[in-house]
Write a protein that binds this ligand. Structure first.
Ligand SMILES: Nc1nc2c(ncn2[C@@H]2O[C@H](COP(=O)(O)OP(=O)(O)O)[C@@H](O)[C@H]2O)c(=O)[nH]1
Ligand SMILES: [Mg+2]
Length: 337
């Protein structure tokens, strides 16, 4: 009973705009504490308003710097029909990133620029050892920020590894950041990240090789996406397709951000007009639900196993006397009997 009261108080305080309560709630969610998950359940009906923007790309391409600039721009812009400026949440899920690891002083100072602005909330995720999996805890943190009234939520991830790609995939708008001369174009494709890009940015446009990088990305887009001719040929009954823009920025100087902001707002409009917004919401929920069920099922299954059974079967697989496929079958059969 006491616990219930605690989480209800927390929810009230978060909704009242208490930043300390919000920070506490996010920690509870990150650690998958029952209290946090209950609070999240109470807040859930209040979610669904925020524009989730994934910012992804290889380490060192300038994502954090870009996010910092983007936050300022978003704070300065007052969209049509809105009275106040947008409230912006930032979730940084970047194992190498200074503002998650806190290792490099420069970035901390940069993010400190935004401190003191009550319309901004920055949260760094401990990316290793997240009990419920990185994608689901990040989702929970983003949801809490959404419920707390943040209009735009920027999620910075390194575009490598399935977990990060999963996070990016669930954003409404995904911005893939590269930099010239790092072979990032190739890396982007390797991670399958190009396919999920709604906007491509070549950051560090002050460095040589920017034009080449932009051209290479443009060429890859033209290869990978159905051209106009294909669409006409198939006469598919779809609205106008989104044309992924290739933009360039100099994040350290704040250059190129008018175009980037414009691209983001246009994509948002496109999603609303095409019905893609609802579709992405549904996909996000589907992925989240799938992940939760899978996690619970595996947990329940392992709990149901007699002590040592799993290790015993694993040993046979290691010794090559049983194939993994047979092993899984054996274990699952055991559960049913
Ligand atoms: N020359 C140049 N350097 C940049 C630019 N944007 C970021 N950087 C630098 O690139 C380094 C990595 O930036 P950071 O934002 O931490 O990259 P992240 O790992 O992708 O988050 C830092 O030293 C930044 O100052 C840019 O537009 N031009
Ligand atoms: Mg970073």
């Amino acid at each position: 009973v006491r616990k219930t009261k605690v989480h209800m108080r927390l929810v009230e305080n978060v909704l009242a705009g208490d930043r300390l309560a919000l920070a506490r709630l996010l920690s509870l969610i990150e650690n998958q504490e029952a209290e946090g998950l209950e609070a999240l359940a109470d807040l859930y009906p209040r979610t669904g308003n925020a524009h989730m923007i994934g910012i992804t790309g290889a380490p060192g391409t300038g994502k954090s710097t870009l996010v910092n600039q983007l936050v300022r721009r978003l704070r300065a812009a007052t969209p049509d029909g809105e009275e106040a400026s947008l409230k912006v949440g930032v979730v940084a899920v970047d194992p190498s990133s200074p503002f998650s690891g806190g290792a490099i002083l420069g970035d901390r100072i940069r993010m400190r620029d935004l401190c003191g602005d009550p319309g901004v909330f920055v949260r760094s995720m401990a990316s290793r050892g997240a009990p419920g999996g990185l994608a689901s805890t990040t989702g929970g943190v983003a949801q809490a920020l959404d419920a707390a009234g943040f209009d735009v939520i920027l999620i910075e991830t390194v575009g490598a590894g399935q977990a990060e790609v999963d996070i990016a995939r669930t954003a409404h708008t995904t911005v893939v950041v590269t930099a010239p001369g790092m072979g990032d174009e190739v890396q982007a494709i390797k991670a399958g990240i190009l396919e999920i890009a709604d906007i491509l940015v070549v950051n560090k446009a002050d460095l040589p090789g920017t034009e080449n990088a932009m051209r290479a990305l443009q060429a890859m887009l033209e290869m990978g996406r159905p051209g106009k001719a294909d669409l006409d040929g198939e006469k598919r009954d779809v609205g106008p397709a989104w044309c992924v823009p290739v933009l360039c920025t100099i994040s350290t100087e704040g250059k190129g951000f008018d175009m980037l902001l414009d691209g983001i707002l246009q994509h948002r409009q496109y999603l609303h007009d095409s019905g893609g917004w609802g579709e992405r919401e549904r996909e996000r929920q589907r992925a989240a639900l799938n992940a939760l069920i899978r996690e619970r099922l595996v947990e329940r299954f392992l709990d149901s196993q007699p002590d040592g059974k799993f290790e015993e079967v694993l040993e046979k697989v290691v010794e090559r006397t049983l194939s993994p496929w047979q092993a899984a079958r054996e274990l699952l059969q055991q559960e049913n009997t």
